[in-house]
Design a protein. Structure first.
Length: 53
């Protein structure tokens, strides 16, 4: 399984400080955020079209 930040695409394998959530709109796609993107509120887009900070 490949874990990449949904915002910047950074490989998350081996990193400890990242979050995994389900899309707030569709609840299906898993969103992965590295610590940097979460802290800076970098946007991500779900396959359903939802865009979050």
């Amino acid at each position: 399984m490949i874990l990449k930040c949904s915002s910047c695409g950074t490989n998350l394998i081996g990193q400890e400080n990242f979050v995994k959530i389900k899309c707030p709109k569709c609840g299906e796609q898993e969103i992965f955020r590295c610590f940097r993107c979460k802290k800076l509120s970098v946007k991500y887009t779900c396959k359903c079209g939802f865009e979050g900070p």
